[in-house]
Design a protein around this ligand. Sequence first.
Ligand code: SAH
Length: 369
Amino acid sequence: MSDSSAQLATLTTADPRQDLLGMTMNELCTFAEEVLGERAFRGKQLFKWIYQKDCIDFLVMTDMGKSVRKKLVDVARVSRLEVRQAEHSRDGTIKFLWGLDDGLQVESVLIPEDRRMTLCISTQVGCPLACDFCVTGKGGYVRNLTRAEILLQIMQAQLHSPERRISNIVLMGMGEPLLNLDNVLPAMEIVQENEGLGISHRRITLSTVGLLPQLEEFGRRSRINLAISLHGTTNPQRTKLMPINRKYPLEDLMAVLRRFPLPHRKQVTIEYILIKGVNDSVDDAHRLVELLRGLPSKVNLIPYNNNPFTEYETSEQRDILAFQEVLMGARVHTMTRLNRGDDISAACGQLGGYKQQRPKAKVAITATE
Ligand code: SAH
């Protein structure tokens, strides 16, 4: 560990006060009773101050008595991420690079659209799944994000957009959210809570490669929308792109999706990257139609975003159109995802700037690496 990161670790871990960020309403109520010696409803007040009003200063929480506020200052804190970089794309997209307490970093991407303001957030530092085409996967897995680190990406991105509220959240940044369900789900509960961030489950989407036991658990524990990174229509093809397909092959994945609880979600989103000469033939399109038969779904076609870390290339425009035509001809609801923010390497699969950096060091972004 370098001197400066050792110093930072001491600084941050030395703070003995309890971080309230990431605590659910129930946990804050218990905290109010057990640590503050107050009635449980103080927890609800704290919840509102922290998440709805985004307040980090206990002294201004004037619906609580002075002695409670002073006690809070002594025993508690509300954490923040360090904003290392906020890069603006020509199309209005903003890519954030957040510094974490241990010197690691993750990225989120804020994407303004006509009727939506979507934030794409990360759930892990790195990712263990090693999909062959993905930049994040190239660097391996480092650790899960905490609840606070997941929530703060949203709360602090909002501060950069005072005039427009973030309306939609997609868990499609770095990492595999199903490998971090115990932090992801409580964080998303806080996001959905009216007295929290107040974003409905209909406007939150979790994207996964499809880890089957965790997928079933997610179906039971949460109502938020599901997107599956499919990317292949035969097992050999998908296994080459996504090694996890060896463990959970297409037929097993599709079987789980067919019994996935959908009432709140209506349909599953199928993400399909189009890679030149790999998975973009008209035969692939026909096989995709067959795979999806009977599954309430919509397909997001994502022309592969070229990057210097892989040999893969984006499909030709005419192949994209031909692929799309087959799906539409079969009445599969299809959208082709616009490539947003690629001038700042903020597009899908381009998030990779998470290698450990010294705190406060000027960080090279992926675009210039
Ligand atoms: N691990 C989850 C969450 C990451 S989501 C998942 O795989 O779904 C990131 C999305 O971007 C996934 O659909 C992923 O397959 C896609 N992606 C990765 N690299 C890409 C690239 N270079 N171009 C386009 N999409 C890419």
